[in-house]
Each structure stands twice: as structure tokens, then as C-alpha cells.
Design a protein around this ligand. Structure first.
Ligand code: GLA
Length: 743
């Protein structure tokens, strides 16, 4: 029998969506047809639980107590809260109608229960076939405005997730302007929830932050035109009593790469209104008669197995129902990127020297980063002029790529297609192609402007520039970068009434560009990037199976960044490289082995001048390459368990990946600070089969190393000793193989 089901009880007018372990209930109340939020959480059996809406308690629904309609609106748990008709909490929708009014009230009109999951036109979204997903569509109507809202909920057979989105159709004769449209809104009681978000900055992305939910509104968001370094389109409500592997956690994650808001409002009645959607700032979208506006998707997940349960659900969802790349289930070629090796100072010979040494060490692909085009010898010039700089690359790109291929490496290349340097032929020819407000000098950032991708000719130019380079040689990987955020929101293409559409249209244009790219070059390995990890979001994962996590490649800084990232993203998506020391961002020196062990919890690669590093470090590369080949299938496909957090204990970090059949596990332990005069630490493992006996080994060969055999319950309940290592920033990889598993 299937674990997922969507039912509708005609009598109680309750919709019930069940996944294997969670239930989501929506109710239609009163003759007027308000759409109420009934329940979301751990699975419940009653499909007619309309009592949960408490409509029998005062304030009664308007049909029973119309003199206090406002009290009802002020308190009732709404599924898609209206605006300016009595509910003072945050609305899910706001607009300006043809007469300049902003009043919306949505009531139930019809519904459909479908097999499978329809796509969202022009937007990234989770997907699944007819046996994998079911979808409920509820149409609501504002008859005064002639506005139809369709609330969409999809559930999955194999993951405890509800994917929600909303579309709005103008059924009237006149345009209106949407100024707020939340993709998801939920009203629930505040029990003991705290708000967990991911906060950061350049080189410091996705640090976990937990706070109390005070009365009033608490929000995080981005108005920078991308999901941003600073805040992340994610939030979780975490019960105070929850821990890594137990307790209630609600996760909300936005599949979108532009401006967003994630907000919790704690009300006078101690309830919470939780919302996520496109940030309303600078958002004003004209919807003409007959047109539909589609909002992006929000992923909702509930776990009663703590944060770990949420992480594993999201990892599975993204690996199985969001990432489409042919590389999704494959080992990615181990790359060496020349950015931290040479910055802008390279030529064909230098790259070939790197390639030759890399090949000897077992590295599989050379990636040429920024600086290969126009006159780009620093970051002040040439973005937009995507023509090879033949002073650096004599004879052009093809001879270089051919030689790299002959050496035995694949070849990859860096682009920053969305940008233009003021000092470029492109800008000199088309100054009006940059985003700017007429009469104002646009704000520069890294000495560059953003191209107005809403303009068809600009989009075509950008696409053709990239495609032409890719056709010119055997290029198998692209790093698509975006190194500044949007300001001066003005488009010379969009009309007066459409300027408020720029930020969203920009994101749609990026999606269109990348969709075209992966269609035309289906075997290309695409890695997204934005000044490190400023556009690390589920939206981009729909186009690229991996995203550069952060420009901070220091192994210790990465512990915290990768902990926050792995909280919601599979390790297979996390771009991680071994770089040189002292680290270029923080100046710290760490052992080469630790840099390798931390990068192995991501896509894995190198970002250093292999012709210059010490022989001792270089000698470790073939070992690390072997570790990657031995363990990457497990890291990419397994279940992730967080065992200890350096962020919290300030001494050590530890995580494990356990295969789905529980026959293999890889534990990474990093001792950041050595404690003097200290005994070994017992590390209690997680996720093993208590009844299986595991051989505990170190290195790539299960027959080497510790070699002891213990039951899973011993390893999880009593733990394994981690002896104090000599020096700071030391690390160990422990491999567990179930006895008799043939591993
Ligand atoms: C960004 C990226 C880096 C590198 C530089 C090149 O900062 O995150 O990895 O590609 O741009 O300018």
C-alpha cells in the first residue's frame, strides 16, 4: 500500500494529505467558504478532524456571529490569509486594483486531486512521476476582484515533504498589480518553538543561528536580487526540547534564487503565522486580464527525529526530485581550479604545467577560472567581452583544451555571464544594457554592473557568448559565477508600470539561460557560484548538481559553513576544494590531510598551484584521490548524521555518512584544538544497524587499520574512542563495514 494519500471528506469538508510520517490538513469552513489551516505535523489518523479549527469556540465563524466578523479574522488559522478585510496579521496576498484599492478575500471555489506533480512554468520545482507524487489543487476566488488563486500542494511517496506553491489568475477586465504573494503561509500554535535560520557574509555563509520567537514579526530575507550570502531562503521552527536526532522540527525552504522573505509572526493569541515567498520590497507585478502569475515553490517538511531527520529528508528530496543533471548519481571528475593558484596571472604554459602535474597525481579535470578573456588582468575590466585573450592563451582556446585533453584531463571554464564591466567593449557599445535608473550613476560593486537580462537582445547576447565558447572546444564543465548583487533597479526596457517586476524577471531570465544551456549541452557539468556561496539555493540546484559553497577554503572555517550547508543540502551538491596554506582568506595553516578530509564531504577537488606546493603535500594527493574514489559513492548517496559540532563545543567536529542499507559508514572527525592532558573522547556513532557487526578501519583498505569488530548498538550507545591527536586541526577518517557485507 502506498504511504502517500490525499483525501477529501465531503461531510466535514476536510482535505487530508498524508506522507509516510506526516499529515497536513486543510478545511473549508462556513457557508462563505473560508479556507482554514487545520493541522500540520506528525501523522494522525482522523481524516475528519475539523474540531482542530476550533470553529465551535468563540469568536464563532461569521455566519453565526457576523457582528464580530473582525474577531474571527483576527484569530482564525488561515491557509492563505487575505488582506484588509479584518485579519491584521500578515497577508499572503496584497495588490493594487484598478481603482487603487488593496483588499482581497479568498474563498473556496473548487478543487482537484491529481496523480503526479505538474511543473511550474519558467521556474525550478521538485518533480515526480504519477506513482511518486500526488497533488491537490484548491481554487479560491475573490469575486469582487475577479481574481482566482490556485493553491497547489504536492506530496511524495518516499519523502515527508509537502511542496506548496500558488498561482494567481486575473479573471477581470482590468489589470491589477501584485505587491505581495507568499508561496506558503501556515498558522499554528506556538508551543516551545525557536527559530533557526542560516546567516552569513562573504566567505562566512550559512552559519546556523537560533533565536527565541518574540511577539510581533521576526524575519530574514534578501533584497539583493539573489538568495545572498547574508540570509538564506530557509527557516526551521525547532522545539526547545528537540535535539539532533529527536524532537519536533518544521523546515521551510524556498526553491528560488532571488529576493525572499521568511517570516514568523507571533500573535496576541500566542499563535504563529509562518510565511515564505518573494520579498515584497521592490515587488510590484502587473497581471493583465487573462494572465497568470506563478509564485515559486516552498518545501515544507516536518521531522520528529530532530534536525537530523529534516536534513535527511531534504537531502533525499533534492537528490531524487530536484537535481536533474546526468551527473546527479555519478562521481564528478576531480578537478583542479587555477583561481587560488594563479588568480589572473596565467597563460597557456602555466595551465599546461598545472595540468601535467595534476595528471600525475590522479586529478581528472583542469578548470580555467577568471581572467581568460578580453583584457582581464584584474577584476576591473572586460566582463561582457567573452573573447579569448590570445596574449595569455596563444593560438586561442582550442589548442589549449586539446593539449589538456592530450595530457589526459578534461577541461572546464569559468564565466560570469550576467555582468558587464564599465571598461568593456560591450558597455562602450551598449551602455543602456546595464541595470540603472536613468539620470543616476549606478552603484559599482567589484567595479561592475549587472546586465538587464529582462531585455531579449541582452539575454540572446549573453547566451550566444557562452554557447559560442562552448562550441569552440571540448569544454566539459562550466563554473557560472555572479559576483555582485543588484542595485539601482531600473530597466530601460521595461515600461513605467513594470519596473517593479525587474528583480523577479531577472531571476526568471537566469533560469531561462541555464535551462537553454543544459538543453543544448546535455553532458555539461554545470557548477553555480556567486562570490562563493551567495546563490547556493535549491533553485539553482534544478540546473546544476553542485554549487560552489564559499570562497573561504580554510578547512576549519569550512566546518561551520559546511555544517550549515549540509543541514539542508546533500553533500553531493557542496562544492569543496583543497587549497594551499596559509589559507588565502584567513591566513591559517592546517594539515593537508585535514583539508582533504573536509573537502571529501563535498564535491572534492583542488584549488592550488600543484607545481609549487611542497613535495610532502603533493605526495598526499594520490592518497586523497584514492579516498575519493573509494568513498564518493557513499558520500554522495548515503544518509548524513551530524555527531558533534565544533560550532557548539569549540574543540572538535564530527559527522558520518551511512549507506542506505547500513552496511557502510564513513566517519569524519576533526580535532580543531588539542586539549592538553586529555583522555580520548568517546564518539557515539549514529544511524547504524544495532544488530549488524561492523569492522572499524582507517584508510581506503578495510583490512588495514584498527580492524576491531563491534555491534552497531555498541558503536552507537557506548561509542568509539577518538584519541587526542598531536597538534591542532588534525583529523581522522574512520570507515565501518558490516561483517559479511562483502565491502
Ligand atoms: C568569485 C568566485 C571565485 C572565483 C572568482 C573569480 O569570487 O567565488 O571562486 O571564481 O570569483 O573572479
Amino acid at each position: 500500500m502506498s504511504d502517500m494519500n490525499i483525501s477529501y471528506d465531503e461531510k466535514t469538508r476536510i482535505f487530508k494529505l498524508d506522507t509516510a510520517r506526516t499529515s497536513y490538513l486543510i478545511g473549508i469552513v462556513d457557508d462563505e467558504g473560508f479556507i482554514g489551516h487545520v493541522y500540520y505535523g506528525k501523522i494522525i489518523s482522523d481524516s475528519s478532524a475539523s474540531y482542530l479549527m476550533r470553529t465551535g469556540e468563540a469568536p464563532f465563524v461569521p455566519s453565526q456571529n457576523s457582528r464580530d466578523r473582525s474577531s474571527f479574522f483576527d484569530a482564525f488559522p488561515m491557509e492563505f490569509p487575505s488582506c484588509n478585510t479584518g485579519d491584521y496579521r500578515e497577508s499572503a496576498i496584497e495588490l493594487l486594483d484598478a481603482r487603487g484599492h488593496n483588499g482581497v478575500e479568498i474563498v473556496y471555489q473548487a478543487h482537484r486531486i491529481l496523480k503526479g506533480k505538474p511543473g511550474l512554468s519558467g521556474l525550478p520545482a521538485t518533480f515526480g512521476g504519477e506513482t511518486e507524487c500526488m497533488t491537490l489543487e484548491i481554487d479560491g476566488m475573490d469575486k469582487v476582484l475577479g481574481l482566482k488563486v490556485t493553491l497547489r500542494y504536492s506530496i511524495f511517496e518516499d519523502v515527508d515533504v509537502v511542496a506548496r506553491s500558488v498561482s494567481v489568475k486575473n479573471m477581470s477586465e482590468e489589470s491589477f498589480f501584485l505587491t505581495r504573494l507568499m508561496s506558503a503561509s501556515i498558522d499554528m500554535d506556538q508551543e516551545d518553538y525557536r527559530l533557526l535560520t542560516l546567516h552569513g557574509s562573504w566567505a562566512r555563509e550559512r552559519h546556523m543561528e537560533s533565536r527565541e520567537i518574540g511577539c510581533g514579526k521576526t524575519s530574514v530575507g534578501s533584497t539583493r536580487g539573489e538568495s545572498s550570502h547574508q540570509e538564506h531562503p530557509f527557516m526551521a521552527l525547532v522545539s526547545e526540547t528537540a535535539a539532533q536526532e529527536r524532537g519536533s522540527v518544521y523546515g521551510f525552504h524556498f526553491i528560488y534564487s532571488g529576493n525572499f522573505i521568511a517570516q514568523v509572526e507571533r500573535t496576541q493569541f500566542d499563535s504563529l503565522r509562518v510565511q515564505m515567498g518573494i520579498h515584497p520590497k521592490n515587488f510590484c507585478y502587473q497581471v493583465k486580464p487573462g494572465e497568470v502569475f506563478q509564485a515559486p515553490e516552498v518545501i515544507l517538511t516536518y521531522s520528529d527525529e530532530g534536525l537530523g531527520g529534516m536534513s535527511r529528508t531534504l537531502h533525499d528530496l533534492y537528490r531524487n526530485h530536484l537535481i536533474r543533471s546526468p551527473y546527479k548519481d555519478k562521481k564528478r571528475p576531480i578537478l583542479i581550479n587555477n583561481w587560488e593558484a594563479t588568480y589572473f596571472n596565467f597563460n597557456t604554459e602555466k595551465l599546461l604545467d598545472i595540468a601535467r602535474e595534476a595528471r600525475k597525481a590522479g586529478i581528472e579535470m583542469l578548470v580555467m577560472d577568471d581572467g581568460w578573456f578580453g583584457r582581464r588582468n584584474d577584476d576591473n575590466t572586460s566582463l561582457g567581452d567573452w573573447k579569448v585573450n590570445e596574449e595569455k592563451l596563444k593560438g586561442g582556446l582550442k589548442p589549449l583544451v586539446d593539449q589538456v585533453n592530450r595530457i589526459g584531463l578534461k577541461f572546464g571554464i569559468w564565466f560570469e555571464p550576467e555582468m558587464v564591466s564599465p571598461d568593456s567593449d560591450l558597455y562602450r557599445t551598449h551602455p543602456d544594457w546595464a541595470i540603472a535608473i536613468p539620470g543616476r550613476t549606478p552603484c559599482r560593486s567589484r567595479n561592475q554592473f549587472v546586465l538587464d537580462l529582462t531585455r531579449r537582445e541582452v539575454l540572446e547576447y549573453v547566451y550566444n557568448s557562452v554557447a559560442e565558447v562552448l562550441h569552440s572546444a571540448n569544454i566539459e564543465y562550466v563554473k557560472w559565477d555572479m559576483n555582485r548583487q543588484l542595485t539601482d533597479l531600473g530597466s530601460l526596457y521595461l515600461g513605467r508600470e513594470n519596473q517593479g517586476e525587474l528583480s523577479h524577471r531577472y531571476v526568471l531570465a537566469v533560469y531561462e539561460l541555464q535551462e537553454r544551456l543544459i538543453k543544448e549541452f546535455p553532458d555539461l557539468l554545470l557548477e553555480n557560484c556567486s562570490g562563493g556561496g551567495a546563490r547556493f539555493d535549491p533553485g539553482m540546484l534544478y540546473y546544476s548538481p553542485q554549487i560552489w559553497c564559499s570562497d573561504d577554503t580554510d578547512a576549519i572555517e569550512r566546518l561551520v559553513i559546511q555544517e550549515g550547508t549540509a543541514l539542508i543540502y546533500p553533500l553531493s551538491a557542496i562544492g569543496a576544494h583543497v587549497s594551499d596554506c596559509p589559507n588565502h582568506t584567513v591566513g591559517r595553516s592546517t594539515p593537508f590531510s585535514t583539508r582533504g578530509n573536509v573537502a571529501l564531504a563535498g564535491t572534492f577537488g583542488y584549488e592550488l598551484d600543484i607545481t609549487k606546493i611542497s613535495e610532502e603535500d603533493k605526495a598526499q594527493i594520490p592518497e586523497q584521490v584514492a579516498l575519493y574514489h573509494r568513498y564518493n559513492d557513499l558520500v554522495r548517496e548515503g544518509d548524513y548524521y551530524r555527531i558533534a559540532s565544533y560550532r557548539q563545543n569549540h574543540f572538535y567536529d564530527c559527522w558520518a555518512v551511512v549507506s542506505k542499507d547500513k552496511k557502510e559508514a564513513l566517519v569524519t572527525f576533526v580535532q580543531v584544538l588539542r586539549r592538553p592532558n586529555h583522555h580520548s573522547r568517546m564518539i557515539k556513532l549514529k544511524g547504524l544497524n544495532p544488530e549488524m557487526r561492523y569492522k572499524v578501519c582507517e584508510g581506503t583498505n578495510p583490512d588495514e587499520g584498527v580492524g576491531c569488530v563491534y555491534y552497531g548498538d555498541t558503536l552507537m550507545n557506548a561509542g568509539i574512542p577518538m584519541e587526542e591527536m598531536w597538534g591542532d586541526c588534525q583529523s581522522r577518517l574512520i570507515f565501518l563495514a558490516a561483517e559479511g557485507s562483502g565491502v
